[in-house]
Design a protein around this ligand. Structure first.
Ligand code: PHB
Length: 386
């Protein structure tokens, strides 16, 4: 071998080693794909705040690597989602994707994550498929599946002895799957969903549908709305004279929205994996730190963002910051108990939280715990082969 070739080979080897070293020691690039505009904008802010709070508590580093952020406003628009996520993966070369709020957007992210092998942590969107048919070793969720709170509420409403329910929601994966979870449990227990009402996301012209509910006179109504749409729905429900006449049960309809809903939200029951008065030491510390940092009260979305960062942290510590070690990353997260403000949880084999679902009631300006509606509830992970 000539000395020229020897030198070139040594230089190439040094370059490769250098790249691997940079991969596990340079800054880690987190692609935050969340809504900054539209009906879910406030949810995106809370998730980002929560995520950054946990990272700040670790001194700005996870697994020894300083965290840097690249952000995209996904507008909760599934039609733009593939382009948006490809920008993060191909143009910005992010090491990990964190997003999103909207189920349709998250499914596009999961597809790209699956195709490219990029790590994805979903900090809200409940699309059942993300930890169902689309499940993958590199896809994780810190939130819930749409089925989970719906199923828990179906059992609650049946136990109250209510027999007929009308459902009302947005016509897309989140609404459809929330209603399906509710119906699964409620009808198994002998109840009947007599009518399924819906309108396209993110429309808020509820009037004609509220008139239908008044005419149908069911024992109760089950609903999924969230963000700005949930504020308007709860106000319109009261204005239509239905509050106090036909009890309203739901998921997410009173989260992050209570100040804007005011007295119209009082007394509404909902099921979710978080509440405002859990009073465990972990939650107290989290709420204090969040309020101090952001001058805002945290909500379920902030918790999910915080826990997305915790999941990333567990994985990165195990691989010493080297995101190319996908199998070791997944093995560490699968074994971990995530010390969440909601109460500790583990991830299922499909990488969805196995968690307590609380029955909550709005009292004053809080979603207060009434009881545990469903203990350690696991999503059925339909279609997941992993
Ligand atoms: C969803 O699209 O999956 C979704 C959006 C907002 C929520 C919950 C779920 O509050």
């Amino acid at each position: 071998m000539t000395s020229f070739f020897r030198t070139t080979l040594i230089a190439a080897a040094a370059l490769t080693a250098g790249a691997a070293f940079a991969q596990s020691t340079g800054k880690i690039k987190v692609g935050l794909m969340l809504p900054a505009t539209g009906t879910y904008a406030a949810l995106g802010v809370a998730i980002e705040n929560g995520f950054k709070l946990f990272v700040a508590e670790q001194g700005g580093k996870l697994g020894g690597r300083e965290v840097e952020y690249v952000k995209v406003d996904d507008e909760s628009d599934p039609a733009k989602a593939t382009d948006n996520v490809n920008k993060l993966v191909k143009r910005d070369n992010v090491d990990v994707l964190v997003g999103s709020v909207h189920s349709g957007v998250a499914m596009a992210m999961a597809k790209v994550a699956k195709d490219t092998g990029t790590l994805l942590i979903v900090p809200n969107a409940g699309a059942d498929a993300v930890t169902g048919a689309m499940c993958a070793p590199n896809i994780f969720r810190s939130s819930f599946s749409n089925w989970q709170p719906g199923y828990a509420m179906g059992e609650v409403v049946a136990k109250k002895g209510l027999k007929t329910v009308v459902t009302i929601t947005w016509k897309y994966a989140a609404g459809d799957e929330s209603v399906r979870g509710f119906k699964d449990a409620f009808e198994k227990a002998g109840g009947k969903v007599t009518k399924e009402l819906s309108l396209p996301f993110p429309n808020v012209e509820f009037q004609a549908l509220l008139t239908e509910i008044a005419a149908a006179k069911p024992d109760a109504v089950y609903t999924f709305f969230s963000g700005g749409g949930a504020v308007k729905f709860v106000k319109d429900y009261a204005a239509a004279g239905l509050k106090g006449k036909i009890p309203l049960y739901g998921a997410f309809v009173t989260d992050g929205t209570l100040e804007a809903q005011g007295a119209d939200a009082e007394g509404i029951f909902s099921t979710l994996h978080y509440a405002d008065n859990l009073n465990n030491p972990r939650d107290k510390a989290f709420r204090l730190a969040y309020a101090k940092t952001y001058k805002l009260q945290p909500d379920v979305f902030a918790v999910q963002g915080y826990d997305a960062a915790q999941i990333l942290g567990v994985g990165l510590v195990a691989v010493k910051g080297d995101t190319s070690k996908k199998a070791e990353f997944a093995a560490a997260v699968e074994k971990a108990k995530i010390d969440s403000p909601r109460g500790a949880f583990t991830l299922s084999k499909a990488h969805n939280p196995v968690q307590d679902i609380y029955l909550r009631k709005v009292v004053g300006m809080e979603n207060q715990v009434v009881s545990i509606a469903s203990k350690s509830l696991a999503d059925p992970a339909r279609g997941c082969k992993m």
